[in-house]
Design a binder for this molecule. Structure first.
Ligand SMILES: Nc1ncnc2c1ncn2[C@@H]1O[C@H](COP(=O)(O)OP(=O)(O)OP(=O)(O)O)[C@@H](O)[C@H]1O
Length: 367
């Protein structure tokens, strides 16, 4: 195991007063997450915008200090590291950002951008070795050596993302957190960058945490997938299994929002429509965070008790499928069918069947 996050919380203070000197509340961006990432695997993290994916990724890299909980990286509690020890450990985990244009200094040549990290970690002391390393990095990400003397604006979006990846690789990391690595790119370029990430993983034995809102991207690349809702993980399993047997109503809703090209399949498959907006992480609902939008919410239990993320046995499936829903076992055994339950829209007060002609017009999944 390379990363073990336990009961991780990242709360951002909400300030008020003339000089913003009073804390009047907290945005609970990450609210009690237990997550492990195995060495050499790709862990995909999905969920709606604002559910806390990026903050969780940053907290794992120690770029966002946790409010509570711990992150153990290769046996070492990151929070306990200071000074030189922290600097040395830092080069083992790097981040690739969504928008390479804003993460790359436009006034620096590619060579300088790559040297920056190497310098910070004392990896540029031998001139010949450094030159060889720069050439090697260019070749690893499929760019010509001549690109070293150019500036970020001289490249296309896909090429800039390759530079961002080379930059992350320059210090020889074990873990890369890629935050929406292809969502700013044209669809035709996305596959090339995804393939590059996979080739590099095979070649260098890298471990990835890939944050994305696009289920198709995550499905293609991930060994395991975690689904996040309002600061917490609601479901986690092997990649294929999550798509074959999604157990949490939120995961099912995300799946049913992805269009299927075959009209026959599209018409016959389960449709779960979510109503209402994502509640504010500054004031999350009581009990199960999802109960205000859940098609099979039950009185009392769902709005009073937060369900634990626990292993749920699924016939013929692995023993590592975890779900945070009070009724996950009944869903797994087929006892509960979500579309037979009435949906309640918090915003409109709508009560009715979620997939019939009376479904609320504004029902959507906002991913
Ligand atoms: N530095 C910050 N200060 C205050 N609030 C923040 C900060 N960073 C994030 N947040 C809030 O924390 C919540 C989670 O944000 P985060 O960016 O982690 O979500 P996300 O799922 O990655 O969304 P997106 O895909 O839009 O980036 C949001 O409500 C966001 O506004």
């Amino acid at each position: 195991m390379l990363v073990e996050a336990s009961d991780l919380e990242v709360y951002f203070p909400i300030k008020s007063g003339i000089i913003f000197d009073r804390t009047v509340g907290h945005v609970r961006a990450v609210d009690g997450v237990d997550l492990t990432i195995h060495r050499g695997e790709t862990y995909g993290l999905v969920g709606e915008s604002g559910c806390g994916k990026s903050t969780l990724g940053k907290a794992i890299l120690n770029l966002e200090p946790p409010t509570a909980g711990s992150v153990v990286f290769d046996g070492t509690d990151i929070a306990s590291l200071k000074g030189e020890d922290l600097r040395r450990e830092r080069k083992r985990f790097q981040m690739v950002f969504q928008d390479p244009m804003s993460s790359l200094d436009p006034r620096q040549t590619v060579e300088n951008l790559l040297l920056e990290g190497m310098r910070a970690h004392g990896l540029d002391t031998d001139k010949d070795a450094t030159r060889a390393r720069l050439r090697e990095l260019m070749s690893s990400v499929g760019l010509p050596v001549a690109a070293l003397s150019k500036y970020p604006h001289e490249f296309s979006g896909g090429q800039r993302q390759r530079i961002g990846i080379a930059r992350a690789l320059s210090v020889g990391p074990d873990l890369i957190v890629a935050d929406e690595p292809v969502s700013a790119l044209d669809v035709s370029i996305q596959a090339q960058v995804i393939n590059l990430l996979q080739d590099l993983q095979d070649e260098l034995g890298l471990t990835y945490l890939v944050v994305a809102h696009d289920l198709a991207v995550v499905r293609h690349i991930s060994d395991r997938i975690g689904v996040m809702y309002l600061g917490g993980l609601v479901e986690e399993s092997d990649g294929a299994e999550l798509y074959d047997v999604p157990l949490h109503p939120y995961t099912r809703a995300l799946m049913s929002a992805v269009p299927v090209p075959d009209p026959q399949v599209e018409d016959s498959r389960e449709q779960i429509l979510l109503t209402g907006d994502l509640p504010s992480p500054a004031n999350p609902p009581s009990g199960c965070r999802f109960h205000t939008r859940c098609p099979w919410k039950q009185e009392t239990l769902c709005d009073t008790e937060r369900p634990q993320l626990r292993v749920v046995e699924v016939d013929g499936a692995s023993a590592s499928h975890r779900v945070a829903c009070h009724y996950a076992e009944q869903v797994a055994s087929g006892e509960i069918q979500p579309h037979q339950v009435e949906a309640v829209s918090v915003e409109s007060g709508f009560t009715g069947p979620v997939d019939g002609p009376d479904a609320p017009p504004e029902a959507y999944v906002g991913v």
